[in-house]
Design a binder for this molecule. Sequence first.
Ligand code: SAH
Length: 235
Amino acid sequence: MQRFYLPPNNFDGDYVLSQDQDFLKQLAGVLRAKEGEKFMVFNGDGREKMVQLLNLSKKEAKFLIIDDHVGPREPAVKVNLFLALIKADKLEWAVQKAVELGVTSINPILTNRCVVKDLSPNKIKRLNDIIIEATEQCGGCFLPALNPLLPFSKALFVAEKFGGAKLIAWEEETEKQLREIKEPEINIFIGPEGGFTTEEINQAEGLGFTLVSLGQRILRAETAPLAALAAIYLG
Ligand code: SAH
């Protein structure tokens, strides 16, 4: 069954109404939706609703809510991913996979060795679109937050505020494996293509971060978040 994210202001009692032109075009054009057809919708509050299309015009789609339940696919562990900026296509890929696996928030960070130094409004928009699409596809009922870009040292304090385990993935760590960490909330930092500098690692350690390994192999910056989330959720 097709699943859609629709913003909270589209929900009104037993009905869902949308006047979003792109959505209306998708329904009428791409999906050739018919009145009476059923869909699953969610608005990011952790629940999902089965709806039936009552009316579809060029101006509006109106649905009746026929079932409403708590999202059945929410992971038990909250993970705030602190991801160093990497090339746009790689970042988009990493964000999509992180959402599929169940990430709670994505926190882009700027580190010493980042080659890419900014996150333009355009890139942010694309990432938010990817987050919505990936959440629709994977069955999630919360939209992971994409937080503003932060310098590494500030991000260390933000992780502290979030609470939970504070981890930094370091390819030279040989003892502590990420999959051994069992906490209900995890903050994990992943470096850019060139990795973290020793100073950054020392700074994080000084603030109580635990260095963790993602295995013996050196993973690419876009593979590391996927491996980390798989280790947390499936390990
Ligand atoms: N310094 C490196 C590799 C960077 S890999 C080099 O250029 O050779 C990019 C990021 O992925 C790293 O900063 C680290 O956070 C993470 N990473 C990759 N492989 C890892 C591993 N085996 N264990 C822990 N972290 C890893």
